[in-house]
Design a protein around this ligand. Structure first.
Ligand code: FAD
Ligand code: SIN
Length: 531
């Protein structure tokens, strides 16, 4: 059993984890774990950009207001103000790290996305996330105090329960993690632990998120005793490419920001009709929940596979200049976006709910912090405003690091932690069941817990989760742990949290829309689940 002591253990090497690591590394020895490659989180996949008030005439108040409107009043205003007021500073720091944001003369070029009343999205063409990930990773690799540990899948938090003697207060001292290269479980210990594990998009069959978005951090915090909140608020991006071979390629919202129009495809009554004006005066730039529901409505009404997103009315050079990545990718699929419309469908995109944190990134559990998509920080409320997510990672990554630094001397040192129970040494000969269960969850979550919900559908999903949980627990209890099994166990946990939260909300608000309670209640309340 390998124990690896550090000052701080960070689980996750995306925008949130690396921001926190760079901020802590001036004083502390930091381990950053990734369950696969370092760049395999959502950060590297981000397209549109990062929102910040930088345009003349734009104000913090306006960005705050847009965020609260998109969030349908469920946001925590203090958190919204905190993030938005810190946005320009975060962008400055990224520029210092060498992120090559697009320029407009001497200023940064700003694009526009749905729900924003100003141009305020800084970007690197249509591949912002890749540039951000590269800059953060380069800086982290150079830092002697940061140890980057890829292929290390955290299984569970090491808490007071895992101390060699009972310590009783639920303190978190690090994680148990599966070294995927050796197959051994290792213990990483630290005075503080930060969860930066991203979202839970892969609970759904169709998602724009990478394969590893299985809600591991949410499930780990929940099992250790941390509260989670607003898990019913799953964001569906309106425009994911519809293609039989390529299942999760996003078409950035910035395309609608630069004039892209949603139309009915050929072969149906009203073919070519631009339908968003029928649903909302903000047309294609209404917040995501509204655009996604409108597309879903048209798809179901007309029995379509997809609708069209069309930017071909813009000059070809403009299209290629703004969307070089999408242009090149779709050309390989036989679609020339300068002349052809793009078939699109809504797909799961972002997990608004998560582990409850305060403005310092503290969770309920002493020693445990969290930042980024794994959290419910109060910023997004019932629906995240476009391009506010990377921003949250930078601001809360810094906030958690700042709190740890300021309170270092008060944090107790980890006690000896019990080694991982190695009694489960049998390899299963039924690995295929893990794959079946995984597919089953994603399918019924898509069918029953999607864009439009009913109590009956949610109860159906809950029934299936109960059966699956029994199967997965038996499997987990008897066989040697594998990376797939770790993820499956977490998917079941997170699916359960989503369904329980959805059943608890007796109204429709933001991303949660149920035919049984179509109205919004007067008072906005978080759905808080207590372990
Ligand atoms: P991630 O970047 O997802 O990183 C998670 C990390 O945790 C990874 O390193 C992963 O390996 C690690 N991890 C997870 N589980 C474990 C485990 N058990 N053990 C060890 N490590 C683990 N937001 C915007 O603001 N602007 C955009 O333009 C934008 N575009 C997007 C486009 C796409 C296609 C997608 C999917 C999302 C987009 N988002 C965008 C959302 C945004 O990218 C994410 O919310 C954000 O990057 C999350 O960052 P993070 O650091 O929280 O997690
Ligand atoms: C996009 O580019 O449409 C994604 C932006 C976001 O998720 O914030």
């Amino acid at each position: 059993m390998v124990t690896r002591p550090f000052d701080v253990v960070i689980v996750g090497s995306g925008a949130a984890g690396l921001t926190a690591a760079l901020s802590l590394a001036e004083r502390f020895r930091v381990a950053v774990l990734a369950k696969g490659g370092l760049s395999e989180g959502s950060t590297a996949w981000a397209q549109g950009g990062i929102a910040a008030v930088l345009e003349e005439g734009d104000t913090f108040e306006s960005h705050i207001e847009d965020t609260m409107v998109a969030g349908a009043g469920l946001n925590n205003r203090a958190s919204v103000e905190f993030v938005i007021e810190n946005a320009p500073r975060s962008i400055e720091r990224l520029v210092e790290l060498g992120v090559p944001f697009n320029q407009d003369g001497n200023a940064l070029h700003l694009t526009r996305e749905g729900g924003h009343s100003h141009r305020r999205i800084v970007h690197v063409n249509d591949a912002t996330g890749w540039a951000v990930q590269e800059a953060l990773e380069t800086a982290a690799k150079r830092h002697p105090n940061i140890t980057l540990v890829p292929d290390m899948a955290a299984i569970d938090l090491a808490t007071s329960r895992h101390g060699e003697r009972y310590l009783g207060d639920g303190h978190v001292w690090g994680v148990y993690a599966l070294n995927r290269r050796t197959g051994q479980v290792e213990t990483f210990t630290g005075k503080a632990t930060i969860l930066a594990t991203g979202g839970a998009g892969r609970t759904y069959l169709y998602s724009t998120a990478p394969r590893g978005a299985t809600g591991d951090g949410i499930a780990m915090a929940w099992r250790a005793g941390g509260r989670v909140s607003n898990m019913e608020m799953m964001q569906f991006h309106p425009t994911c490419l519809w293609n039989l071979d390529v299942k999760n390629f996003l078409i950035t919202e910035a395309m609608r920001g630069e004039g892209g129009r949603l139309k009915l495809p050929p072969g149906v009554p009203g073919a070519g009709h631009r339908f968003m004006p029928d649903f909302d005066p903000r047309e294609e730039l209404a917040p995501r929940d509204i655009v996604a529901r409108a597309i879903d409505h048209e798809i179901k009404r007309l029995g379509l596979d997809y609708v069209h997103l069309d930017i071909s009315h813009q000059p070809p050079e403009f299209v290629k200049h703004h969307f070089p990545t999408i242009y090149a990718k779709l050309l390989t699929l036989g679609i020339d976006i300068t002349t052809d419309p793009i078939p699109v469908v809504p797909a799961q995109h972002y997990t608004c709910g998560g582990v409850i944190v305060d403005l310092k990134g503290r969770t309920d559990l002493p020693g445990l912090y969290a930042a980024g998509e794994v959290t419910q920080s109060g910023l997004h409320g019932a629906n995240r405003l476009a391009s506010n997510s990377l921003l949250e990672c930078f601001v809360f990554g810094e906030a958690a690091a700042g709190h740890i630094t300021r309170h270092w001397d008060e944090l107790p040192s980890p006690p000896p932690i019990r080694p991982w129970d190695e009694s489960r040494v049998t390899d299963s000969d039924e690995e295929v069941i893990v794959q079946h269960n995984w597919r089953e969850i994603r399918r019924f979550m898509w069918d029953y817990v999607g864009i439009v919900r009913t109590t009956k559908r949610l109860e159906r999903a809950q029934h299936r989760i109960k059966l699956l949980r029994r199967e997965v627990e038996e499997y987990y209890g008897n066989f040697r742990v594998t990376a797939d099994l770790i993820e499956l166990r977490n998917l079941v946990e997170v699916a359960d949290l989503i369904v329980r939260s959805a059943l608890a909300r007796k109204e429709s608000r933001g991303l949660h829309y149920t035919l049984d309670y179509p109205e919004m209640l007067a008072e906005a309340r978080d759905t808080i689940l207590v372990p």
